[in-house]
Design a protein around this ligand. Structure first.
Ligand SMILES: C[S@@+](CC[C@H](N)C(=O)[O-])C[C@H]1O[C@@H](n2cnc3c(N)ncnc32)[C@H](O)[C@@H]1O
Length: 222
């Protein structure tokens, strides 16, 4: 396990700070709008589409962190939802967030490494992977595992930072982020050709820029 992955697994203070930051939508929305004229509500609206997932569908949310994606779940929604993360601390936060939103009964919480998943082949209809790829020493290993566990025809919804050239006005800030926050794999993530990375397993379906992030959807090829 790389040092960074081990740090995510065992560290608590940065995890707590990150989790508090992403959960305060109003602060993030107003701050992003005031500083950059960016509209985060579009991303939250996209995450909320999870509520449209049909009854009986199986969903994998990895890395779930403190439950960022749960805002998209409805109370009583009849999905089989697995929330997975490498960090026991984050899983604890996710449990609390699920209880706060009243969606805990639909969710199984699992400690898992996205680069070595314990799930069977073709076991999920939908996989959401938010803000995790840039943390990984080996994003291709994660990709291989997500491809394996998603059934053919299933959807993968990916959210992560913008990349170099997506919004040239933000490029300098993107370059500063790994310096300020010690994110050793972020620089290579910025240059990654994501559509190429996800192919040949997936075909791109939709893309939506949102603040410093983007939402990309891919369909697993038959
Ligand atoms: C930036 S946070 C994103 C969390 C959440 N998806 C969100 O959008 O708020 C990154 C998460 O990745 C998790 N993580 C890091 N490496 C991982 C790995 N190899 N497998 C599973 N989770 C991992 C961390 O514990 C952390 O919760």
């Amino acid at each position: 396990m790389s040092d960074v992955t081990e740090r995510w697994r065992s560290e608590r203070v940065i995890a707590a700070m990150y989790d508090a930051g992403v959960k305060h939508d109003r602060v993030a929305t107003v701050g992003a709008w005031a500083m950059w004229g960016a509209d985060m509500r579009r991303m939250f609206a996209d995450v909320a589409r999870l509520a449209d997932t049909p009854a009986g569908a199986s969903v994998l949310d990895i890395p779930c962190g403190g439950g960022f994606a749960f805002r998209g779940l409805r109370r009583g929604q009849a999905v089989q939802y697995v929330a997975a993360d490498i960090s026991p601390y984050m899983l604890g936060q996710a449990r609390r967030e699920a209880a706060r939103r009243g969606v805990q009964d639909a969710i199984e919480f699992v400690e898992a490494d996205v680069t070595a998943l314990q799930f069977a082949d073709n076991s999920f209809d939908l996989c959401v992977t938010y803000n995790g790829l840039h943390c990984l020493p080996d994003p291709r290993a994660a990709l291989g595992e997500l491809t394996r566990v998603l059934r053919p025809g299933g959807m993968l919804v990916f959210v992560d930072s913008l990349q170099t050239g997506d919004e040239p006005d933000y490029d300098a800030m993107l370059e500063y982020f790994p310096v300020a926050f010690h994110e050793p794999y972020y620089a290579s993530y910025l240059e990654e050709d994501l559509d190429r990375l996800w192919s040949p397993g997936f075909s791109p379906e939709a893309r939506l820029p949102a603040y410093f992030s983007k939402v990309l959807s891919y369909r697993r090829n038959p």
